[in-house]
Design a protein around this ligand. Sequence first.
Ligand SMILES: [Zn+2]
Ligand SMILES: [Zn+2]
Length: 335
Amino acid sequence: MNIRKLMRAMMLEAPGQPLTPACIPTPRPGPGQVLVRVHACGVCRTDLHVADGELTRPKLPLILGHEIAGTVAGLGDGVTQFQIGDRIGVPWLGWTCGECRFCRRGQENLCERALFTGYTLDGGYADHTVADQRYCFRLPDGYDFAEAAPLLCAGLIGYRSYRMAGPNAQRLGIYGFGAAAHIIAQVAVQQGRQVYAFTRPGDTETQAFALRLGAVWAGDSTALPPEPLDAAIIFAPVGALVPAALRATAAGGVVVCGGIHMSDIPGFPYHLLWEERVIRSVANLTRQDGEELLAVTAQAGVRPSVQRFRLEQANEALERLRRGQITGAAVLTME
Ligand SMILES: [Zn+2]
Ligand SMILES: [Zn+2]
């Protein structure tokens, strides 16, 4: 295959600065790595947290992006899982040690030495990237690259959060109805659950979007739902939503914080937590989460709703995400 020596990439030189377009050498796959021709890369809220410096100590300069959908364009030594031309997805979890106490007990998402795509490893805001074959997924049929991209983090972290909400979450609240929520809401509805969607106060457009996807109720995050929830997932990075979600949740309910970063959680009276309510967070993903999610979405007929941007428009896509002006998921495409 004919790979150009140079490729386009949008680079983060330092936190707090806009990404800059660059033309840099196309990476070569090392042992066990595949070279991926990126067709689409999702724009995730985590990218904003990295670009803004809320997640500290990124690789610098850095290529952001951890929702990579593409094709295998080159094979490093020892690659056996993929062939040239395979449709492939690269997620946030890029490498784990396999040796620490977390890896050994099946919690590789908590690996002490994990490396993350688009944070401590270069990611997909570029024409090409390299990835360890062991952490890549085969993309399901029936999705084009732009539709598949948001499954790789929004879908995956959303699915892990959804699982943590537990089997009793018949009435499921979702706070922050963006990329992750709009995928998981479709899974939940397909599995016979009732979804209650909470948005920024007054965001009637997003509330209508949630109702179109099958939510039984949609309203402001400051409102109480018509029935107490069995569980709530918070995707918005807003700490004040934790007591709000507890207030909306019935006894024994779980409030899952699905984001990697959140503003401080304000104090709240103990009675909101009393009666065995649980607050928990979700961190990263395991490879098993990925395999399960991709199977579930394909089977449930989940259709990600995407807003496409060209690679060069990465800053605009990030800014619109920051302002809450994306319906569904923002995706960069590399045509
Ligand atoms: Zn480890
Ligand atoms: Zn993400």
